[in-house]
Design a protein around this ligand. Structure first.
Ligand code: NAD
Length: 497
C-alpha cells in the first residue's frame, strides 16, 4: 500500500511516528493508501525549516517572490488535470468539479502574482514641518494552515500563495482524509523555484494540529473546517498568543420569492445542493419557499433531482460522486430517516441508492425533504451531504427572520426578479456572502471569503484584501530630517502644525 509522507525543507520526508491514517478511494470503498500522522517533534522540524527559510525569504525582493509565483501559476495551469485526478481519487468528487476547485485555487495564486501593487504601502509628506509618515506592511514569520477534506487543493491555495507572497513561510496541515493534493502542490512550488522550507506540509491529526497551535515560532494560524474545531482552534491559538482566522461550518439558505423564475431557481437549487455531494461549505442546504411557490418549486426540484447521474468521479458521465467516508455517508443517511420521524415529508429518498459495480463505494442518492420543521435535526445541524431541506414561509419577513435566527452565517442567496426586494435582502440578511440569483456566491480571489456568526472566528476573512492584512503586520514610520532650527526642549505630546 502506498504511504504518503510529509514535505519538509523542500523534499519528501517519511513519517516516523508509526501512526497512519487510512486514505480510501471513496468510489470503490477500498483503502488504497495510508498517510503518516506526524508527532509534535516532526511538526517542530517543519516549523524549524520554515523559521530558517524566513531569514532569507522574509527580506527577499518582491521581484524574486513574484517571479516564483508566476512560474508556479504556469505549472499549476499545466497540471490542472493531474491535480483534479488526484482530488477525485481521494475525495471522490467528479473530475469537472475537481477541475473547478483547481481553477478557484489558481485565482489566489494569480492574486499573489500581483502582490507588488498590494504591498505598496502609504506615504504622507509634510504632516508637520519636515515630517513624513510612511505606513508599510511586513510579514509575520512562520504561519500555519489547517485545512478540511472537502477542498484538498483549493482551500490550501486560499492560504499559502498569499502568505508566501507577503514574505512569510508556511506549514500546511491538510486533511488526513485526502492528503495527496497538498504534497503535489508543494512539489510544484519547489519546481517553480520556491526556496526550500518556504512551504512545508505535515500530515496528521489532532496531535499535529495541537503542536502547531502551541508552537512558539508559529505567528499565525489560518483554519478552515467544522464549527466545533474552528472554535477550538481560535481559543487555543489566542491562548498561545497567535493571530488566528478560523472559518467554520454552514447551513446556507436560499430564499425564493414568488416572482422568481422557478425553473432557474430549481436548476440552481439542485446544482448548489447536490454538487460535490453536498460536501461544500457554500452548498445550499435549505430552500425557503415564500408564499405560494412551495408546491411548484418542490415538484420542479424533485423532477431534476431524480434524474441526476450518480457514479464514480472519474467517469465523465457522473454528475455526482460518492461521499468521503462510509461513516459520513451513513450519518448523512440517518438525517433523512430522523427528518421523517420528526415531521418532514421525504419527497426524494436517496438513502437506498447503490451504484452498479461500485457496491462498496461510499455512494448515497440525493434526498429532498419538504416542510422540514425547524426543530428537526436535519434543519438544525450541518449535514454536509446531498440532502436538501425545504422550509415554507408565508412572507419575506418570516423568511428573513428564519435565516437570521440560524447560528451560522456563511453564504445565502435570494432568487427574485424584484430589485428592491433583493436590495433589502442584501442589507438585512446576516451572512458574510450574499448571492442575488447566484446560489453559491463564493467571492472572486480579489474580494475576501468569510462568514458571520458560527461560520467564522477571528477578525479577518480569507484571501483578497483581508488575506493580505492577515498575513502582514502594519508599521508606521514617522521621519524628520532636521535642519538646524529644530531642537530645544518641549515635554508636550507631539502634535502637528
Ligand atoms: P474538520 O473540522 O473535521 O477538519 C478540519 C481540519 O481540522 C483537518 O485538518 C483535521 O485534521 C483537523 N481536526 C479535526 N479534528 C480535530 C481536533 N479534534 N483537533 C484538532 N484538529 C482537528 O472538517 P472536515 O470534516 O475536514 O471538513 C468539513 C467541514 O469544513 C464542514 O463543516 C464545512 O462546512 C467546513 N468548511 C468550511 C469552509 C469555510 O470556508 N467556512 C470551507 C470548507 C469546509
Amino acid at each position: 500500500m502506498k504511504t504518503i509522507g510529509h514535505w519538509i525543507g523542500g523534499k519528501p520526508v517519511d513519517g516516523t511516528s508509526g501512526r497512519f491514517g487510512p486514505v480510501h478511494n471513496p468510489a470503490t470503498g477500498v483503502q488504497e493508501k495510508q498517510v503518516a500522522l506526524a508527532t509534535a517533534d516532526e511538526v517542530d522540524t517543519a516549523v524549524a525549516a520554515a523559521r530558517d527559510a524566513f531569514a532569507d525569504w522574509g527580506t527577499s525582493s518582491l521581484a524574486r517572490r513574484t517571479a516564483v509565483l508566476f512560474r508556479y501559476r504556469a505549472l499549476l495551469d499545466a497540471h490542472r488535470d493531474e491535480l483534479a485526478a488526484l482530488i477525485t481519487a481521494e475525495h471522490g468528487k467528479v473530475h469537472s468539479d475537481a477541475l473547478g476547485e483547481v481553477a478557484r485555487g489558481l485565482e489566489i495564486v494569480e492574486l499573489a502574482c500581483g502582490i507588488t501593487t498590494q504591498l505598496k504601502g502609504e506615504l504622507s509628506t509634510q504632516v508637520s514641518q519636515r515630517v513624513d509618515v510612511a505606513a508599510i506592511r511586513q510579514p509575520l514569520g512562520v504561519v500555519a494552515g489547517i485545512t478540511p477534506f472537502n477542498f484538498p487543493a483549493m482551500v490550501p491555495m486560499w492560504m499559502f500563495p498569499l502568505a508566501v507572497a507577503c514574505g512569510n513561510t508556511f506549514v500546511l496541515k491538510p486533511s488526513e482524509k485526502d492528503p495527496s493534493a497538498a504534497n503535489r502542490l508543494a512539489e510544484l512550488a519547489a519546481e517553480a523555484g520556491l526556496p526550500d522550507g518556504v512551504l512545508n506540509v505535515v500530515h496528521g491529526d489532532k496531535t499535529a494540529v495541537d503542536a502547531l497551535l502551541e508552537h512558539p515560532d508559529v505567528a499565525a494560524v489560518s483554519f478552515v473546517g467544522s464549527t466545533p474545531i474552528a472554535k477550538y482552534i481560535q481559543l487555543k491559538a489566542v491562548e498561545h498568543g497567535k493571530r488566528v482566522q478560523a472559518l467554520g461550518g454552514a447551513k446556507n439558505h436560499m430564499l425564493v420569492l414568488p416572482d422568481a423564475d422557478l425553473d432557474l431557481a430549481a436548476d440552481q437549487a439542485v446544482n448548489a445542493a447536490y454538487g460535490s455531494a453536498g460536501e461544500r461549505c457554500m452548498a445550499v442546504s435549505v430552500v425557503v419557499a415564500v408564499g405560494d411557490t412551495g408546491d411548484e418549486l418542490v415538484a420542479r426540484i424533485a423532477e431534476r433531482a431524480k434524474g441526476l447521474r450518480i457514479g464514480p468521479g472519474d467517469d465523465p458521465r457522473s454528475e455526482m460522486g460518492p461521499l468521503i467516508t462510509r461513516e459520513h455517508r451513513d450519518k448523512v443517511a440517518s438525517y433523512v430517516r430522523s427528518a421523517a420521524e420528526q415531521g418532514a415529508e421525504v419527497v426524494v429518498d436517496g438513502t437506498g441508492h447503490t451504484v452498479e459495480g461500485h457496491e462498496e463505494g461510499f455512494f448515497l442518492g440525493v434526498s429532498l425533504l419538504d416542510r422540514v420543521p425547524v426543530t428537526a435535526d436535519a434543519y438544525r445541524d450541518e449535514i454536509f451531504g446531498p440532502v436538501l431541506c425545504v422550509v415554507r414561509a408565508e412572507t419575506y419577513d418570516e423568511a428573513i427572520e428564519l435565516i437570521n435566527s440560524s447560528r451560522w452565517g456563511n453564504g445565502t442567496a435570494i432568487f427574485t426578479r424584484d430589485g428592491g426586494a433583493a436590495r433589502r435582502f442584501q442589507l438585512e440578511v446576516q451572512a458574510g456572502m450574499v448571492g442575488v440569483n447566484v446560489p453559491i456566491p463564493v467571492p472572486v480571489g480579489y474580494h475576501s471569503f468569510g462568514g458571520w456568526k458560527d461560520s467564522l472566528f477571528g477578525d479577518h476573512h480569507i484571501y483578497g484584501n483581508d488575506g493580505i492584512a492577515f498575513y502582514t503586520q502594519g508599521k508606521v514610520i514617522t521621519t524628520r530630517w532636521p535642519d538646524p532650527s529644530d531642537g530645544g526642549i518641549d515635554l508636550g505630546f507631539p502634535s502637528h502644525s
